[in-house]
Structure formats: C-alpha cells, structure tokens
Ligand binder design. Structure first.
Ligand code: 13P
Ligand code: 13P
Ligand code: MG
Ligand code: MG
Ligand code: MG
Length: 364
C-alpha cells in the first residue's frame, strides 16, 4: 500500500500587511484536518505557516490529485478566509481565485506539491515552504541537491545515486513540459533552469527506477488570475537517504542565499534567507524572501516530527550574508536588477507613465 504526501498552501489573510498568517487561521485549519483524520480521510497532518502563507502538510492513501483531499483543503482555506474577514486581516482570501470548488484545487490559486510512494523501512522527507518568492526559487537548490557533486557528495560516492536523476521541467508560459536527465543533459537543463520565471522544476525522479525524489508546487498566480494577487510562495517535498541525497545534502544548497524574484510587491530580486520557523516572518521591505525546512520521518503514513532544520547555528552565516545582500540590493531603490525587469514586474505603472508622456517623446 502506498502513502501519499500532499502539501497544499494558500495565503488567506495576515497581520500586519503581508506579514504573518494569523494563529486563528492555523487553528481553524487544524480543526478541519483533525476531523478529516478522525473520519480516516487523512492518516496524519501538520499545519504551519511561512510568513503570510498557511501550509497544510497531509498524509493519506488517496493518491495524488484526489478530489476529496483537495476539496477538504479548499474548505479549510475558505473557513480560514471567513475568520480573516471577521478580523479584517490583510489579504483575506488573497490566494483563492474562485468562489466554488471544481474537482481539483489546481488552477484555483493555492499551491500544491504531492507525491505517492511505497514506504521504505525508514523514509525521511523534508518539506520546504517559502514566502515572498516564486516557484523558480527552487530551481537552483533542487538542481544542486540532485545534480551537483560539489554539493551532494552521494552523487559521487553512493552507488545507489551514481546514475543520477531525471528532472521534469515545466514551461509555465507555454504550458509544456520536458524531461532531462543528469549528468548527461546537465548543460541543456541549466540552459532552461536559469530562466527562473519561466522554466520551473516540477518533479525529480531517480533514473535507475524512476522512483519519485522531489515534487514542487509550480502554480503561478498572476498567470492564472491575469493580474497581481500576491506572489506564488512555493512549497516542495524532497525524499532523503538510501538512494536519495542525505538530509544534510538536501539542506546544503540553501547555505547560499541566492537571488530570487519576489520580495516587496512581488517585483524585486532579493536573497532567499533560510530560517527556523519562528523567524519565518518577513518584515524588512516585506522580506527578504524566506524558506523553512521541516524534516519528518514517515511511519505507516504518520508524520513523525518535524525537525526545524534551518534552526541551526551553522546557517547563521548564510543569514548574515542574506542580510548583507539585502542591504546591498535595497540601495538600488527602483533600479534594476533590484527591481525586476518590466515584463516580470507584478505591479507596473509603466503603461500609465508612457501614456502620460506619449506626446512629449521626440525623435532623436
Ligand atoms: P551517523 O554515523 O551520525 O549516523 O552519520 C551517518 C552519515 O552518513 C551522515 O551523513
Ligand atoms: P504575498 O504573496 O506573500 O502575499 O506577498 C505580496 C506582496 O506584495 C508583498 O509585498
Ligand atoms: Mg499576502
Ligand atoms: Mg506570502
Ligand atoms: Mg503569495
């Protein structure tokens, strides 16, 4: 019998501004998930938040894209929204793009990462949750985990990983996908992955047996809604040990706080800061973007844990570097490359400014 892990997340309201999901929302979601566990729809669950995003981490036997699981998560977010409206929280129901559930939560606003697998004798899993960034933020660290031997030693020294991994990459603009294998197709893969706003890793599988290794949410809110309704704030599930990267190899790429799109108004580049859950509260210029890592052991579907993996003093230097980079980037004010290029900005006054100035442009 296989176990499914579903991580479904949405921003349905926060304090103050786009800061922190209110505890009353998390409590309501816990109540709904507890009931689903009692009714044996879920085996186990864990509710958390990264900044203003509420994350439902759930285990069950229903497989991926299950209507009942998705509808239950949707209803939890709806009830959270009702509380957010009552408390006049900021962005009440922000990520819910529709009024009615239509069979699958995909395309309705919330982010979804799911995977189904037969449990090994011991199955460590790491769940990553981000705030103030987009799905492409995972491209660099997931690439390093599964394809860079300078980051993951096991690619070289562990025979069970030595044949490498296959990456499924989505083109979120053209709604197409392609599978590329590493190490053979590494350069082709990197040619795509560098364009983080368009090409995003959806899944990683072990080449030897196609066993699922990682799953990432790839929903792009603005592409769904056709307007800015907040950033996509992605989540990822990664399996660890015995044929997959060790837990320490999975968190290692985040020691480098690489630049990602997001931050203030979803329109700025900034460093992705790895933090313990208690510091998953982006304040400065609504950031800098954050990522948390929760480690679980999966035991007959039970979520044993979590371990708050970035709550480790060994990441202090990464956080200090992220703060320094944040300071450096901020000094650019409205200039690129701090501000995103015009075609990737979530907000823009540019058409209005161009219209106002249209009669004043002269030939040179
Ligand atoms: P331990 O001896 O602490 O179990 O470490 C094993 C290991 O391989 C760590 O990467
Ligand atoms: P969120 O997607 O986290 O709500 O961020 C929106 C924003 O514009 C922050 O400045
Ligand atoms: Mg928000
Ligand atoms: Mg958010
Ligand atoms: Mg968001």
């Amino acid at each position: 019998m296989k176990t499914t892990i579903s991580v479904i997340k949405a921003d349905v309201g926060s304090i103050a501004g786009h800061g922190l999901a209110h505890p009353a929302i998390l409590k309501k979601c816990e109540e709904i998930l507890a009931k689903a566990k009692e009714e044996e729809l879920l085996i186990d669950y864990y509710v958390t938040n990264c900044g203003d995003d509420t994350e439902l981490i759930m285990t069950h036997k229903q497989g991926e894209e299950n209507e009942e699981i998705h509808e239950m998560a949707w209803n939890a977010f709806l009830e959270g929204t009702a509380i957010a409206r009552e408390l006049k929280l900021y962005g009440a129901g922000q990520d819910l793009l529709s009024d009615t559930f239509s069979g699958n939560i995909k395309g309705m606003g919330p982010g979804v990462a799911e995977m189904e697998f037969k449990e090994r004798p011991s199955d460590p899993v790491v769940v990553f949750c981000c705030d103030k960034t987009e799905p492409g933020a995972f491209n660099l660290p997931i690439y390093k985990m599964f394809a860079d031997p300078f980051s993951t030693a096991g690619l070289v020294i562990d025979p069970s990983m030595h044949n490498g991994f296959e990456f499924e990459v989505y083109d979120v603009m053209e709604h197409k996908k392609v599978k590329l294998s590493c190490p053979d197709e590494m350069y082709d893969l990197l040619a795509l992955l560098g364009t983080i706003s368009r090409y995003v890793i959806k899944r990683v599988r072990r080449r030897d047996d196609k066993e699922i290794a990682a799953s990432i949410s790839t929903e792009r809110l603005n592409l769904m809604a056709g307007q800015y309704v907040g950033k996509d704030d992605p989540v990822a599930i990664v399996r660890s040990q015995s044929g997959f990267p060790a837990a320490g190899e999975i968190v290692e790429p985040f020691a480098f706080p690489h630049l990602v799109g997001g931050w203030m108004r979803g329109s700025h580049n900034g460093p992705l800061m790895p933090v313990g859950q208690k510091n998953a509260y982006p304040v400065r210029f609504d950031g800098p973007p954050r990522v948390i890592a929760l480690g679980f052991q999966i035991a007959d579907g039970k979520l044993v844990g979590p371990a708050d993996m970035f709550d480790d003093p060994a990441f202090d230097r990464s956080r200090a570097l992220a703060s320094e980079v944040a300071e450096y980037m901020r000094r650019h004010g409205p200039f690129e490359p701090h501000r995103l290029p015009a075609d990737e900005m979530e907000y823009t006054t540019l058409p209005g400014v161009m219209e106002k100035l249209s009669g004043r442009f002269e030939d040179i």
